[in-house]
Every structure is written in C-alpha cells, then in structure tokens.
Design a protein around this ligand. Structure first.
Ligand SMILES: [Fe+2]
Length: 347
C-alpha cells in the first residue's frame, strides 16, 4: 500500500512537470479487465445486448451456460470472419458467472484470467440473492464522472439529505488509500443525524448514529464495492458497477445486500436507488458535456477533496501506462485479495 501523502505527490513532484491540465474523465478506455455486464437473472436463452465503450456484447444461455459474443447467436457463423481482436477473431468473449452477474472480459482475450475478478465478500458466489436486492440505474455521464461523484460521499449530506441524512455530526474523518489498480475511501462519522430512512422504516429510534462508509473502487472496471455501516442501525453492503456505455452514458446493475436487515427496511433500502439516482444524475448530467468543450472555463474541483484528487491521479497513471502498451497488473494489485477487513466487515 502506498503510504506517501497526497501532498507529497502533488507538491514535491509537481514543479518538475508541465502544469497539470484539467481532468478529462471522457478519455478513459481502459483494457484487460472484467466488467459485471449484466445481472445473471437478466440472461436467458433469448439474447440481450450490452455495450462497453463501442464494443457490442450479446449475452445468452446455451443449456444454462452463459455465452458472450460480438454477434447475435443466429449470425455468429456468418459474421465470424469479421470478429475483432477483442475476441481474438473467434467472435466469443471470455465470460464467467459469479456474484449474481455475468462478467465479460474487455481487452486481449489471451490475458483473461478469472483470478482478476474482484473479491466481493458480501455477495454469495453463486449469486443466490432475492430479486429485491437488484436494480438497474442509468447515468447521463461517463463512468469516471459517475465514480468520482460516488467517491465524494460528502455530497450525500446535501443531495440525499432526505434519505441518508444531513451533515450534522460530532466528527467527520475522510481517509484514502490506494494501489495502482484501486482507490479506497473511508469516511468515519460520529453522532451523525440518523438517516431518515432508518427512522422511517428501520425502527431506529435514536436521534444520532455513528456511521462508517468504505468505498473500494477498481479503476479499470469502475466496479465500486461499497460498505456503509450505521450504529445503531444496519450494514448496507452494495455493489455499484458503472458500465462505460459511452461518453454520455453509464449503466449500473446494482446489488444492495440488505438481507440481514429487518423488514421493511430490507426491501425499501434497495428501492431508494430510484430516489437517489435522479438526484445524482441532476449533478453529473450538466457537468458531463463541459468536458467535451475544452475552453477557458476552469475545473472547479477542490484540491482539498483528497479521495477525488487521488482517484483522478491514479486514473491518469493507469491510462498513461496503458497508452505505453503496459497492460499487466502491477505487483501491488491483486483484484481477488480478501477485502473484508478493508471494508470494515470484521472489527
Ligand atoms: Fe449520490
């Protein structure tokens, strides 16, 4: 784990380099990674279509087995000669079913290795969760911008105050750590106003609660593994993958594993994705087009938003490595390492 402080990275190294340009989240097309491209339950014998950047993925089941191809199954034989390097000319993508998702490989298929699928300790390997835990949301913004919004959790205090709670607390500490492939943000709040949703449907009678939220972001795939814990209250472990559909669109097949919480909170919490998503979208949608028109308009991002700044920096580093043709994962990166302690699931 890199322990250098952000200040060192920015202020010690910076004078030797050209002035930093504004961040442009639309430029990331990172390869050699698994994307959770669809909920398992959405894939049947009948093919469905997904898009990762400009690449088409058709998904279906054959005798129950998941399949992923560049073309519709009925056109596969005829179009196979046109197959791209993404499938090594075979037309078929590497595909693995795990955690209730179909994971497809985006990149050189010779590099595909199931050990590169992230560890998600709160989702059963076989995906056996009830349907109420799963939702699909869409953002009118590129994936990196959607992730950046999620990393800056303080936005929730005003944007989602009506569900998650306001900014009143005794103390509020935000920390960040990272590898060459991940960024982890931890926010620890003591005596925060109780989240309204826990008061309404969660039976939490206290006025204040302690809150700890860990967000573990896989940079190549925009897979966000989120573990908020409320005391008194409940854990709301959730997976938010931001599929890079295009420069103006990302898709999130999300899972909220609230099965350990009491009813009706267990059922209501996953549904508030439909309340929260339009609130987030109202923020990212108008921002996104600004990145297409490089002009004099300054990027108003705060340099004091340490996790967000670190996310931008790590993304730039990874993109620079890939532009030099370095596709391999760094020695500090191990996507399948056990992250249950990192997430705070075990005290
Ligand atoms: Fe949000």
């Amino acid at each position: 784990m890199n322990t250098a402080t952000l200040a060192e990275a920015l202020f010690v190294e910076a004078p030797r380099k050209a002035p930093r340009r504004d961040w442009t989240p639309i430029n990331y097309d990172l390869r050699d990674t698994w994307f959770p491209v669809s909920h398992s339950r959405d894939v049947s014998e009948r093919p469905i279509r997904r898009i990762i950047h400009a690449q088409l993925y058709f998904l279906w089941r054959q005798h129950g087995r998941p399949m992923a191809a560049e073309f519709r199954p009925d056109q596969l034989e005829r179009l196979r000669p046109q197959a791209s390097a993404f499938t090594g000319g075979s037309g078929m993508y590497p595909v693995v079913e795990r955690y209730g998702y179909l994971w497809v490989w985006y990149g050189n298929p010779e590099h595909a290795d199931a050990r590169m699928i992230p560890h998600i300790p709160f989702l059963p390997l076989d995906g056996s969760l009830p349907g109420y835990t799963q939702r699909t949301v869409r953002f009118d913004a590129t994936s990196a911008l959607s992730v950046e919004n999620l990393i800056d959790l303080t936005h929730a205090d005003f944007l989602h105050a009506n569900t998650i709670g306001d900014g009143i607390s005794d103390s509020d500490v935000v920390e960040v750590e990272w590898t060459s492939e991940t960024v982890t943000r931890t926010r620890t709040v003591t005596q925060k106003s109780v989240a309204p949703i826990m008061r309404w449907v969660g039976g939490v009678r206290a006025k204040f609660q302690d809150f700890r939220a860990v967000l573990h972001v896989h940079l190549r795939s925009n897979v966000c593994i989120s573990y908020p814990r409320f005391r008194p209250g409940y854990d709301v472990p959730n997976l938010q993958p931001f599929l890079p559909v295009g420069k103006h669109r990302s898709r999130g097949d999300v899972t909220f594993n609230t099965t350990a919480a009491p009813a009706p909170f267990r059922y209501v919490m996953p549904r508030i994705a439909y309340v929260i998503q339009p609130q987030d979208n109202s923020v990212v949608r108008p921002q996104n087009p600004c990145y297409f028109e490089p002009g004099d308009r300054p990027d108003l991002h705060s340099r004091f938003d340490t996790p967000g700044t670190r996310y931008r920096f790590q993304m730039e580093q990874l993109a620079a490595r890939q532009s030099r043709g370095e596709m391999a994962y760094g020695t500090d990166a191990d996507p399948e390492r056990d992250i249950s302690v990192l997430l705070g699931m075990k005290d």
